[in-house]
Write a protein that binds this ligand. Structure first.
Ligand SMILES: [Zn+2]
Length: 397
């Protein structure tokens, strides 16, 4: 028996996906291998997340993390998850940071991370556990005092006694200091100019090349691109006939709640992003390609299905993600995902001395703090700054 098999035997709870026969929706369940039953508290929590409008993806990541916590509590002497203390949760945090992820790999069906976890990942585990305990407290499944003592009281001092941290969990980060892993921010991963060029050239369809070019030049989010309508594309030198005073070609990024493909621009305020001649030409070519497909011009969306799925219907995220990945593979760029174009555009702007407020507006960031993650200064730029200064200094001997 290998070490891993031993670990598998030690875990009591595991996560499994089940499909609801009526709706076809996935639900994530925690199974108790001792009783061979579904763990009721975790099931209620999953249903609660579902009802609170959390995405399937959130539920898919929360439940295995809760199972990891339950297994840890189950194997920790003197620990009962129902009465867990801050001190015990601090030990759980240490366990997450220090231990190889063997038990977790078994719990999540072999998909657990094998290396040590980043502080960000540790915080995501703690958030899931926190939300779980908070839910159990409010639902009367455990003593409410258990989840209350995990919250830093200074955040709650002026709140009424019946204070609820909210369905959106907006106060979940007020957890006590012992239960926060300190995250060090790394500059976001980016593509080289050659990688961007190769990926765009590797797109087989003109529509796909246009999407990649648009993402890389405007830095817009993939959800924003998929929500674009043809009426948002102001590609004439002068848009006054369209009722727009802005000069030069540009795209309007508008938040719409009713997009048929579920695309949603993240910022609540609209913005516009100027575009260059290459984007304008690629868009025209993509329009010609689109007109060659029957029924493809019926909808006003810019990005529609042309060769697969319901022809003419707005493209969904999964289709866009797939085309980005395929283009990446052909261009030898591993693990390409749409957001990398945004990171690359933002980093490129900052490195070329774009003022941070301009970059913030282009990216549609509500707060400059989001933009500042791109201001990581490279050693070369620091050297250049010192050398520029050195040129003005006269050495007196
Ligand atoms: Zn306009």
């Amino acid at each position: 028996m290998t070490q891993r098999d031993t670990e598998v035997q030690l875990t009591r709870y595991r996560t499994e996906r089940a499909v609801l026969p009526l709706t076809g929706r996935s639900v994530w369940l925690v199974l108790d291998d001792e009783t061979l039953e579904i763990m009721p508290e975790a099931r209620d929590f999953a249903l609660h997340l579902n009802g609170a409008g959390k995405s399937e993806n959130t539920i898919r990541t929360y439940l295995p993390r809760v199972a990891v916590f339950l297994n840890w509590a189950d194997t920790s002497p003197g620990c009962d998850w129902r009465t867990v203390t801050v001190k015990q949760l601090a030990r759980f945090k240490w366990h997450l940071e220090a231990r190889p992820a063997l038990v977790e790999a078994a719990t999540i069906g072999g998909r657990g991370e094998r290396s040590t976890r980043s502080a960000g990942t540790v915080n995501q585990y703690l958030t899931a556990v926190f939300e779980f305990l908070r839910y159990c407290g409010r639902a009367g499944l455990i003593d409410q005092a258990v989840s209350k003592r995990l919250v830093e009281p200074r955040h709650l001092r002026h709140m009424p006694a019946s204070f609820d941290a909210g369905e959106r969990g907006q106060f979940r980060f007020a957890r006590v200091k012992e239960l926060r892993a300190r995250e060090t921010s790394r500059p976001p991963e980016t593509l080289t100019a050659a990688q961007v060029g190769h990926t765009i050239s590797a797109a087989i369809r003109i529509r796909d090349a246009f999407l990649l070019l648009l993402l890389s030049e405007t830095g817009m989010r993939i959800g924003e691109a998929l929500g674009l309508r043809r009426s948002d594309m102001h590609f004439l030198p002068d848009s006054t006939t369209l009722g727009c005073e802005l000069a030069g070609a540009h795209v309007h990024v508008v938040r719409r709640e009713d997009n048929a493909n579920g695309a949603l621009a993240k910022s609540s305020h609209g913005r516009h992003v100027p575009v260059g001649g290459e984007v304008v030409r690629a868009y025209r070519d993509a329009q010609i390609e689109r007109e060659s497909v029957a029924h493809a011009t019926d909808s006003d969306y810019v990005f529609v299905n042309l060769w697969a799925g319901e022809i003419g219907a707005p493209m969904k995220y999964s289709a866009a993600y797939g085309l980005v990945q395929r283009a990446g593979r052909r261009a030898d760029v591993n693990h390409l995902h749409p957001h990398l174009f945004r990171h690359t555009a933002a980093t490129h702007w900052i490195e070329n001395d774009t003022p941070i407020d301009v970059a913030q507006t282009l990216l549609g960031h509500a707060s400059p703090a989001s933009t500042s993650r791109y201001t990581h200064t490279s050693n070369e730029r620091m050297r250049a700054a010192v050398e520029r200064g050195a040129a003005t200094v006269k050495v007196v001997e």
